[in-house]
Design a protein around this ligand. Structure first.
Ligand SMILES: Cc1cc2nc3c(=O)[nH]c(=O)nc-3n(C[C@H](O)[C@H](O)[C@H](O)COP(=O)(O)O)c2cc1C
Length: 178
């Protein structure tokens, strides 16, 4: 008998942005492509999510804190990681190698483990103007991280949720995942 084909497992890392609550759009798009999904939220990002709805949709608990030693791993290993939406804060910390949240720990290690990563930044032009941000993007690009095309919105002008393309994460990662 042939083994059923294992679906790719996607980690979606969610940061604390106004649009984080729409992450269900990315989960749906991934599941339509026959990927399984687990969500890792930053501690701040957790407050932007309807945790019950996300857990019902993915079938897995949302992870945000490190597990205790000896606890079972709540999620299977990742075949790919999408950071969406990605904050100014998490992008800069990740590029600098800071690992003080579970989300950052996973991102910092995923590179060394050769797991494909796509990041969809969502931030305003005032944040993007900070020199550290451009340097962070350059460093991540040099690490092979695939970077989304969202152009930062004007500060205090309602954001740009209507032009944030969640599915771009899958378009970027698709060719990298068998
Ligand atoms: C309502 C609200 C909306 C926010 N939207 C954004 C955003 O779109 N992009 C961003 O980089 N930061 C945004 N922030 C700021 C981040 O939440 C803040 O920098 C936080 O420390 C990020 O934490 P994280 O990177 O660990 O998720 C927002 C904050 C609030 C309260």
């Amino acid at each position: 008998m042939t083994e059923p084909t294992k679906k790719p497992f996607l980690y979606v890392v969610v940061c604390a942005c106004g649009i984080a609550g729409d992450v269900g759009k990315l989960i749906t798009a991934a599941q339509e492509r026959h990927w399984d999904v687990g969500v890792i939220a930053t501690p701040q990002g957790l407050g932007f999510l309807d945790t019950e709805a996300v857990e019902a949709q993915t079938g897995y608990p949302i992870r945000s804190a490190w597990r205790a030693p000896g606890d079972a791993r709540p999620l299977p290993p990742a075949d790919a990681v999408a950071v969406a939406p990605a904050t100014f804060n998490t992008i800069n910390k990740w590029a600098a190698g800071i690992s003080d949240t579970l989300a950052l720990g996973i991102l910092c290690e995923a590179y060394g483990m050769g797991i494909p990563i796509a990041v969809l930044p969502y931030l305003n032009t005032a944040q993007a103007a900070h020199p550290a941000y451009q340097e962070s993007l350059e460093r991540l690009r040099g690490m092979g991280v695939l970077i989304g095309s969202y152009e930062p919105h004007r500060p205090k002008a309602g954001g740009g949720a209507d032009r944030f393309r969640w599915e771009e994460a899958l378009e970027l990662l698709g060719p990298k995942v068998r």
